[in-house]
Design a protein around this ligand. Structure first.
Ligand code: CO8
Length: 258
């Protein structure tokens, strides 16, 4: 595993854990974090022993947004020419399930990073928001798009136009978080979800992720057709034969990710 300086990247049995590790800056996302996190995620995506990736933050934040100190003197021409922060798209392209374990502030780019993940679980202490409006800008890593799709126009406009923060309970009620747990139970919950995913077929997980994500991109008719085709394709896998045989034989399946 490559050595990183702004994140911790660890491989565990069946899953990987990435911890944003700039607690003194509330894990603000700078270019180095983006480069390291996307590189670590790509490495784990390519590792057959890793079935899912958990992302969390060290200290009292998941991530308090893009690094304002890095951004404050950025100019349009520099940002445009470098297509600044486009690299985050690499995380959204990871094919394995990513679990966001949101331990504290998930603001601006931090909320957007959590929304790039596939299962978002929140500690009761988590706070979500898109406060870019307070800085004279707007969300830039998907907040206007993924948040609107996740919680609808009314709430997305509320959060993006006022910059107010919402707690974990409101995030779950709104459809942003899948589960809320006590702070001390957060990592156990994330690891337990990773454990459940580790028992499934890696191919089936990737098919699920691809199909669900397409729902954000396409019409219902095309999405349904795509889902059906993927289902047809799943019949070509050894894991489908094993999964269905195990059901009929009343035993646990032994998937081989093939
Ligand atoms: N960037 C840089 N440093 C930060 C950030 C940040 N986003 N957030 C916190 N910090 C730093 C603080 O400056 C402080 O450092 P220092 O000790 O050196 O002064 C340290 O973290 C602790 O923060 P606070 O003292 O402010 O802690 P509080 O408990 O008082 O407040 C808050 C916590 C409420 C989270 C507060 O820190 C805050 O409001 N942070 C900024 C939140 C924010 O506005 N986030 C949005 C940033 S913009 C963005 O994310 C755009 C993403 C799209 C990029 C564009 C792509 C094209």
């Amino acid at each position: 595993m490559t050595e990183f300086s702004t994140i911790l990247a660890e491989k565990h049995d069946g899953y990987a854990l990435i911890t944003l590790n700039r607690p003194e800056a509330l894990n603000a996302l700078n270019l180095e974090v983006m480069t390291e996190l996307t590189a670590a995620a790509a490495e784990f995506d390519a590792d057959p022993e890793v079935k899912s990736i958990v992302i969390t933050g060290a200290g009292r934040a998941f991530a308090a947004g893009a690094d304002i100190k890095e951004m404050k003197d950025l100019t349009f021409s520099k940002a445009y020419e470098a297509d600044w922060f486009a690299g985050w798209q690499d995380l959204a392209s990871v094919r394995k399930p990513i679990i966001a374990a949101v331990n504290g502030f998930a603001l601006g780019g931090g909320c957007e990073l959590a929304m790039m993940c596939d299962i978002l679980i929140a500690s009761e202490k988590a706070k979500f928001g898109q406060p870019e409006i307070n800085l004279g800008v707007l969300p830039g890593m998907g907040g206007s798009q993924r948040l609107t799709r996740a919680i609808g126009k009314a709430k997305a406009m509320d959060l993006c136009l006022t910059g107010r923060f919402i707690g974990a309970e409101e995030a779950e009620r709104s459809g942003l978080a899948a589960r809320v747990v006590a702070p001390e139970a957060l990592m156990d919950e994330a690891v337990s979800i990773a454990g459940v995913i580790a028992g499934k077929s890696r191919i089936a997980s990737a098919l699920v992720k691809e199909a669900v994500n397409l729902a954000f991109e396409t019409t219902l008719d095309q999405g349904l057709r795509f889902e059906r085709r993927l289902f047809h394709a799943s019949l070509a896998t050894a894991d489908q034969k094993e999964g269905m045989a195990a059901f009929v034989e009343k035993r646990d399946p032994q998937f081989t990710d093939s």
